[in-house]
Design a protein around this ligand. Structure first.
Ligand code: FAD
Length: 399
């Protein structure tokens, strides 16, 4: 097992690091460190400009094939990208859903016409995407999707409600899981549709979160139009495509995020030193424990990369989401405990929160989105360890 990056990969790292340092000390210095969890509402226009700037400089979508505007970066290089991005405290991405979820899905399953239409504007930072999966009765149980799409007057008409749709309020398009076979149940009869957000029949209602800001939304479709050529994969075969997108969601970006976490832990440790909490043995132990968790995460990511076979992540990659989400949620709590009484105070009314307060509130959601902890444990049990599947339907002996 070789846990080091190669010379060529380290050269890639230096090139990116120099570019980020120059841009974020210069024209984009205002957005440095902004737009992260709990701060997503900040400087949307400036961060859209940043997306376009990255596209022009060839630093968006680095893992995509060159033919579609990427750099053909290997998984190792993609991890380096995410590490350096976090190390530089570059702004929270607005284009990540298009870049890391929809793009790879289209590269794998889209028609050539779909690729030509949708991929270049993502690379250029011109079109933003959101993910229309969850519904009021379809979260962990995604196969319960009720949003439907029916062919009328030469186009699919989408009707139904999505919820928790991140960035829908600024997105140009949404990839929507909808039932196209009216008589179907569960995962059969679903299709994967690319739907324009700025059209009649789409209403977006922001949901105010604990941070007082709105990162996600309710989205109501009422006969919204989807061109027949914008169905990805075969009609009624959307479940397979939807699962592939979910697999991309747990890929390179999460393996490289420890450096963002390291910045947060450093801030908390500095604060503990400054306010004297670091002298308390129990607090020192918790800080050390958090630091060890971060090292374990980093080594786990490197091990995952070094044991990849045929470009595919191995089974151990399945523990990554459970581990980092739980660690990060605890970090939010640690931040509050280091702050002590101050954690309870807001500087202004209503909801003028500090970065650490936002971190605490937002990290409550880490163990929910992209598959909750309980669902991750089910997946590890069934797919990594080969344990018997979760019982479907009524459980014997239980009411
Ligand atoms: C910050 C944030 C951003 C999000 N962004 C998006 C987005 O952009 N697009 C989108 O489509 N969705 C998004 N979501 C929704 C997210 O995918 C769902 O919240 C998640 O899938 C859980 O679904 P649910 O909220 O309906 O909870 P439920 O599925 O109702 O779960 C409730 C509880 O029951 C547990 N549970 C459920 N089923 C089982 C089981 N079989 N075994 C054991 N325990 C179980 C869960 O773990 C959870 O603790 C986002 C969520 C958050 C928090």
């Amino acid at each position: 097992m070789d846990l080091r990056f190669s010379d060529a990969e380290e050269a890639f790292r230096r090139e990116l690091r120099d570019w980020l340092e120059a841009e974020l000390s210069g024209p984009f210095r205002e957005v440095r460190g902004r737009g992260g969890p709990g701060d997503e509402h900040h400087a949307i226009d400036e961060r859209r400009a940043w997306e376009r700037h990255m596209g022009r400089a060839g630093w968006s979508c680095v893992g995509w094939p060159r033919a579609y505007g990427g750099r053909d970066a290997t998984l190792h290089e993609q991890v380096i990208f995410h590490e350096e991005y976090a190390r530089a405290r570059a702004p929270g991405r607005l284009g990540h859903i298009g870049e890391t979820l929809l793009g790879p899905t289209l590269v794998a399953f889209g028609t050539e016409a779909q690729k030509q239409r949708f991929l270049p504007p993502i690379v250029r930072g011109d079109e933003l995407w959101c993910q229309g999966y969850s519904e009021p009765d379809a979260g962990s149980d995604l196969a319960n999707v009720r949003t439907r799409a029916e062919l009328r007057d030469g186009a699919y008409r989408v009707t139904g409600q999505k919820v928790w749709t991140s960035l829908a309020h600024i997105a140009d398009f949404c990839f929507v899981i909808a039932r196209t076979d009216p008589g179907s149940v569960r995962h059969k009869g679903l299709s994967y549709l690319l739907v324009a957000m700025k059209q009649p029949g789409v209403e977006v209602r922001p949901i105010v979160q604990m941070t007082g800001t709105s990162e996600f939304n309710e989205v109501f479709f009422d006969g919204a139009r989807c061109e027949p050529e914008h169905v990805v994969g075969e009609l009624h075969d959307g479940w397979r495509i939807a699962l592939a997108t979910l697999a991309f969601e747990r890929g390179a970006s999460t393996l490289g995020q420890q450096l963002a976490f390291e910045n947060e832990l450093r801030e908390i440790t500095d604060l503990a030193r400054a306010n004297g909490r670091a002298r308390e043995p129990a607090m020192r132990q918790r800080l050390a424990h958090a630091w060890m968790g971060l090292r374990i995460m980093r080594l786990g990511a490197l091990r995952t990369l070094s044991t990849m076979q045929g470009g595919q992540l191995g089974r151990e990659a399945m523990i990554a989401k459970l581990y980092w989400a739980t660690w990060h949620r605890e970090l939010g709590k640690l931040a509050m405990d280091v702050l002590g009484d101050e954690a309870e105070l807001a500087e202004g009314a209503p909801y003028q929160l500090t970065g650490l307060q936002r971190l605490f509130l937002f990290t409550r959601s880490d163990t929910i989105y992209a598959g909750s902890n309980e669902i991750q444990k089910n997946l590890i049990a069934e797919r990594a360890l080969g344990l018997p599947p979760e019982p479907k339907g009524p459980v014997p002996g239980r009411p």
